[in-house]
Design a protein around this ligand. Sequence first.
Ligand code: GLU
Length: 490
Amino acid sequence: MPLLTQAMIVRTRFAPSPTGTLHMGGARTALYNYCLAKALGGQYILRIEDTDAARSTQEAKQALIQDLKWLGLNWDEAPYHQSERYAIYQDLAQQLVSKGKAFYCFASDQDIAKARESAKYPAAFQFQSPDRDLTLAQAQARLQAGEPAVIRFRNEFKDQSFEVHDLVRGKVVLSGDMVGDFVILRADGSPVYNFCCAVDDGLMRITHVLRGEEHLPNTLRQLMIYQALSLPIPQFGHLSLILGSDHKKLSKRTGARSVGDFRQEGFLAPAVINYLALLGWSDPKSRDLLSLDDLISVFTVDRLNPAGPMYDEARLRWMNQQYIRQLQPTALWQAIVPYLNQAAYQLPQDPAWQTKSVARLMQDWHQLTDCIPVYAYFDQYTPPALDTQATSLIQTKEVRQVMLAWQSQLDTIDTDPNQPLDPITYKSFIKHIQNHCGVKGKQLFMPIRIAMIGCPQGLDLMSTVELCSLDLLRKRAAHYLSLPGLTIAD
Ligand code: GLU
């Protein structure tokens, strides 16, 4: 079947149920639908499937919308809400009843449970409603008497097979007898998922449906509904589940989390998009790094892989690092401000310092949260606590001597204390201490680093010198040399 026939406007949709957070699998489904529509000059629609009133929440819906916007997957038509379309579903269900393609069923839950219990194979149980052959007049009389009833679809396709040319999985044959007469409208008038989904895809002229493979069994009921209502049938593509390192469906234990979690953990939207795109789809040019625009320009469904892709946190982190490095310093600073505020660091307000600091410090960041331990070194008021190694090192005479020599070098100059040391002066200090204390290499640099940031390893000394004012360096040296429990030598 051709993907596109002439004059057909491609319309895809993402149809989340607002019952929880947007997970990776959902975001990937949204992304592929978005790319497919955009690649073919079509439209991408957001439809909120909120017919499960007990489980749908306003908060979940808001979060979904926020996450999709954050990812940059903006829809072309205002989001549709199925909860606002009940009249449409009710009307179509009535139409099916009047044509004999659906019927009122008065069986109670207890009746159905009883029938299930006495079934030979409860797992394959299909309810045979005693009301299947009531006339419409008989059913209406009972309704008027106040008896509650659901509307069931009359499955008259039991001897038929439905062949689907799935865009991902190829030919799939669904046998009509896999389902019984299924409910389309509950007794309270609320529609069930399969009914609204098929109705909406038909009425909204959706041409392609990419969704998770867990929906493959639903396709059978939906095909019956399209047929009964003479609605156009979209092309389906059922995407494989994302797997964890244990080869099972990705779980919390193997790294599953929501888009909101990724955002909070300091992943950038383009990195998440890039990563999800390659989780089940491959670039014809085998590139690792692709923007959303790149994806749109090359996206085709034939590169969707039917094999379940495995989630790889290290690869996502690597991609995120590449995107962090591509950010301009000002943008990167803006991106880390929320984390720095959360950590309540008191950092210089000077924009020049801010951009210089990110440019200096970001090389090893894989997530924006990696800025948190690093910026602790530059808090203007709270010196970082001594780490364990530094705590024992500063008890030694050799280390203290170097620290004291560093402190006195800092006192030899009277340049502006609000400015950092210039590199030439810093190097001359180092030379002097080296000669004065007779130490070099680690013995020289570890104590100086302790005097600056309270730990012997970590930050590169030159970066620290460039990002600390002379005043801060003096205060830090005085602080670390004055910590209680030290035996002052010399
Ligand atoms: N509302 C369904 C879900 O969230 C999606 C159904 C579909 O894509 O057809 O799983």
